[in-house]
Write a protein that binds this ligand. Structure first.
Ligand code: F0G
Length: 426
């Protein structure tokens, strides 16, 4: 194996297949690849030659890059397959955001409707390799939906911990449908996260939150695939929503490694976007990362309603590597951006729209300058959170003015009534 586990803080090393979740010092672990060896063995041509494959594993937009992710035998891989998500452009949306060269990479078009599938295929594959019988996670909804599906595929028992009444309906439906044991915790996500860590420790269950370094390895493929789709030409900026900071961590590691192995020559800048009511990372950023901040989180974007993100140190490192930054947007800005992404015919869930709202804000502030190439990552599908969408269009979201509401109307079943309705909205 050309990798090992390495502590982010004290640099302690462990063998590749050590089933531990954390370092002995309590800090997060990294999958550390032998980048010097990989420099000679991976190339753009290698990855390009696997494009368009019908068969697993290279059909997967994660396992196509397996040398840089987890070099395991094909037979061990648990895959849907995931990835191969499209890039979208919309002149109408570009204009609204104020960025001409704006591309959206839609990670909501993964098998279970979010980017989590990329991390889950790798973490579940590794869990099975190491003999796990049961897996667990705390979640704001998407991780649990994804884990439930991949656990079902692999024949593992799945236990999910979700904050009671705080996850979107589409996601709750998925966890139940895929057969995960679903525990609704009286408390917020951060409380559920604390609990699942204790439970996994005490009961020997494998933890599949992004604490798990193999989740991070899989999520790197969002960046690998994005770069490959752009002919390996990096954009100037990559903008994305940030909650538990797994993606922030994964994006930084992916870019650093791509440069180290010689696949790209320069790094785009990362811009992590938080909801104003769930902004601990933004607060830490404002303080130059001298202190790790925590908050009690509230936002309409339930996916990122997180006050104490677990991948904090990894995410700080990612921003240092990429000269990155953090910004925040209000719930009103999030829902406006969502209405615009939806209206462009693309669609996403509220947390994803934070990326677009953040790009718009950074452009208005002049931080992202005209002419720059910007990619925003949409993390989840429109249908994940039908409640937020319908409530917006009915102007029922507290404290949010539905500027772009598309109200449904009730009419009598007559031609005259239809004529009237069409004339009114013409
Ligand atoms: N967007 C969506 C749709 C998400 O579901 C999440 C996280 C994020 C963005 C933030 O990504 O945590 O890597 O910073 N959802 C997790 C979950 C927490 O449980 O599904 P992050």
């Amino acid at each position: 194996m050309h990798y090992r586990l390495q502590c982010l803080m004290c640099n302690a090393r462990y063998p590749a297949d050590d089933p531990r979740a954390l370092c002995d010092c309590g800090s997060l672990l990294d999958v550390a690849h032998d980048l010097a060896a990989l420099r000679g063995s991976v190339s753009r041509q290698l990855f390009d030659s696997r494009r368009g494959e019908w068969a697993l594993p290279y059909r997967s937009g994660v396992w196509r890059y397996r040398e840089l992710i987890l070099p395991v035998d094909e037979a061990a891989i648990v895959s849907r397959p995931e990835g191969n998500t499209p890039l979208y452009r919309s002149p109408r949306l570009s204009q609204w955001v104020g960025i001409d060269d704006l591309t959206l990479k839609h990670e909501g078009e993964n098998p279970t409707g979010s980017f989590k599938d990329r991390g889950m295929t790798v973490a579940v594959t590794q869990a099975v390799r190491l003999g796990a019988q049961a897996v667990a996670c705390a979640s704001t909804g998407n991780t649990s939906a994804s884990m439930a599906a991949y656990a079902a595929l692999a024949g593992l028992r799945a236990v999910v911990f979700i904050p009671e009444g705080e996850i979107a309906y589409g996601k709750l439906a998925q966890a139940l449908a895929y057969g995960a044991q679903t525990l609704q915790v009286r408390g917020d996500f951060d409380a559920a996260m604390r609990l699942v860590r204790e439970v996994c420790n005490a009961l020997g269950i494998t933890l599949l939150n992004s604490l798990n370094p193999f989740r991070i390895e899989g999520q790197k493929a969002i960046i690998f695939e994005l770069l490959q789709q752009r002919g390996w030409q990096p954009p100037d900026w990559i903008v994305f929503p940030a909650g538990n900071l797994g993606n922030t961590a994964a994006f930084g590691k992916a870019l650093y490694e791509l440069k180290e192995v010689g696949l790209i020559a320069r790094l785009p800048r990362l811009a992590a976007v938080q909801a104003g009511g769930a902004n601990p990372f933004y607060r830490s950023f404002l303080g130059g990362f001298r202190q790790r901040e925590r908050v009690t989180a509230h936002t309409v974007a339930t996916a990122i309603r997180i006050g104490n993100p677990v991948s904090y140190e990894r995410a700080v490192r990612a921003l240092r590597w990429t000269d990155g930054l953090v910004t925040e947007v209000s719930d009103g800005e999030i829902m406006e951006a969502k209405a615009q992404v939806d209206r462009a015919g693309i669609g996403c869930e509220p947390a994803s729209a934070a990326a677009v709202a953040g790009a718009r804000r950074l452009a208005a502030e002049g931080v992202i300058q005209g002419g720059r190439a910007v990619v925003a990552i949409l993390t989840g599908h429109l249908l994940k959170d039908p409640g937020a969408t319908v409530d917006y269009h009915l102007n029922r979201l507290e404290g949010i003015e539905a500027t772009y509401a598309n109200r449904p109307r009730v009419i009598e079943p007559t031609l005259e009534a239809v004529r009237e309705a069409l004339a009114e909205s013409a």
